[in-house]
Ligand binder design. Structure first.
Ligand code: SF4
Length: 434
């Protein structure tokens, strides 16, 4: 098998307690290239995860090739999932990475089942599929190819610049299935970014990745998630962020305020106490009642950022002249050199994108924000201003799709009215996803 040929520096014989009970643990590995990180290679029994309670949503399915994430964002909502393995939600989440080495093989079997409905599948909704481990394990090319070959639309949300390695494959996939890409870039202050997201590529590198995606003709959303209260919510920071995202070619912006669920809050507040102790009391008050920032803050933030997003031309969606709706150029593009692929789709004679037209005229603000702020950016609640200046390997696996494959592609999702990414982020879930 592919992973058995990889060079080992140290094989850990004493697996951690929770992992030891997993009968699918293959081995635990450390290598000099990943100082301080242990990879726990497991044989996954399944690859597709159904999203609980989301059965009515077209996406409804996710794949997580990794558990834990070396990007090490102190605010990461996924941290508590590590405790299921008797690993802690802090350092262990950053350094003890579970790798599903057989995920692509298992996925192919699942996608081949007659019962698979080619529902859109989201990657990056839990841990980052293009974290550093992906450079070693190369799981994503097999996943992307398997999804595309089966006629399954996909979306990817990442902070990883390694996405560029797979752009050829993603472009090819987008010729046959809808492919939505998004980069998570929330912090445009290098010092702050290195402090709160110490394992991530720089903001500049991520913006360059957005540009690379756009140069290949695919849309690329930028997720400003999370916006950190009193740190990245100044007008100057938001304006600079949006200007840079626009200059990089971002197709649109989505944002949410910081969400601190139990198990994440303690870890984030430890970081805050160390780096910004002057803000501790304000955070304690802002998150006194739960995981969400107080509603007044969210309303205030919406009123501040919404007009800026509009001013920078980064509102969600682009008008489709054929439908009057909004479309994504990443959705089901005709495959180069295979005009039959487009011709085989339902609704021939129309703009090939129109059948995937999306209704994305609004940025996905939390529902209360939409209700209580107006389009001129005024808030019903006057939140205290704090404008202090903080701102200051190409994939080798081809898809080899033929005309027969093309015939099965778009019909299953022609009814999908909204972007896959947007479907990933219903307002009540959005704050928990990056
Ligand atoms: S927020 Fe995303 S990139 Fe950051 S640690 Fe969590 S999964 Fe990784």
């Amino acid at each position: 098998m592919r992973w058995s040929a990889q060079e080992l520096s140290t094989e850990q014989t004493g697996a951690l307690p929770g992992l030891a009970r997993l009968n699918n643990l293959v081995r635990s590995v450390r290598t000099p290239e990943f100082a301080g990180i242990t990879f726990h290679e497991v044989l996954a029994k399944s690859a597709l995860n159904r999203v609980p309670g989301q059965s009515a949503m077209p996406f409804g399915w996710t794949i997580n090739p990794y558990r834990g994430c070396s990007h090490a964002c102190s605010y990461c909502f996924a941290r508590p999932t590590h405790t299921y393995l008797e690993l802690d939600a802090g350092k262990d989440f950053d350094n003890e990475i579970i790798v599903k080495v057989n995920v692509a093989e298992v996925l192919r079997k699942e996608l081949a089942k007659p019962s698979w409905g080619r529902h859109p599948v989201a990657l990056g909704t839990n841990t980052d599929p293009y974290q550093r481990a992906e450079g070693r394990y190369r799981l994503m090319p097999g996943i992307i190819a398997a999804l595309a070959q089966s006629g399954t639309p996909l979306s990817i949300l990442t902070k990883g610049t390694l996405l560029r390695r797979d752009l050829d494959l993603l472009v090819e996939a987008s010729g046959v299935v809808p492919v939505d890409l998004a980069m998570s870039i929330a912090i445009y202050d290098d010092e702050l970014q290195q402090s709160v997201e110490p394992g991530t590529p720089s903001t500049a590198a991520r913006l360059a990745t957005v540009t690379a995606v756009r140069e290949r003709g695919l849309d690329c959303s930028v997720f400003m998630m999370p916006i950190l209260p009193f740190l990245t919510d100044t007008k100057a920071h938001l304006d600079a962020a949006l200007r840079q995202a626009k200059a990089a070619g971002a197709s649109n912006i989505m944002y949410t305020a910081l969400h601190l669920r139990p198990g994440v809050k303690d870890w984030y507040l430890q970081w805050l106490a160390r780096d910004h102790p002057e803000l501790m009391s304000r955070y304690q008050e802002l998150y006194a009642t739960g995981a969400y920032a107080r509603k007044e803050y969210r309303i205030w933030l919406a009123a501040r950022i919404k007009p800026l997003i509009r001013a920078h031309g980064l509102e969600r969606g682009r008008e489709d002249p054929a439908t009057g709706g909004v479309r994504s150029s990443a959705l089901g593009r005709p495959q180069q050199g295979n005009p039959d692929a487009a011709a085989s789709r339902p609704g021939d004679g129309q703009d090939p994108f129109s059948r995937f037209a999306t209704d994305r005229s609004a940025v996905a603000f939390p529902a209360d924000d939409r209700d209580r702020t107006d389009d001129r950016g005024r808030s019903a609640v006057a939140f205290p201003a704090d404008d202090r200046e903080r701102t200051g390997r190409s994939a080798s696996e081809g898809l080899a799709l033929g005309p027969a494959d093309a015939a099965v592609r778009p019909a299953a999702y022609a009814r999908t009215r909204r972007s896959l990414i947007e479907e990933e982020l219903p307002p009540e879930l959005a704050p928990t996803l990056f």
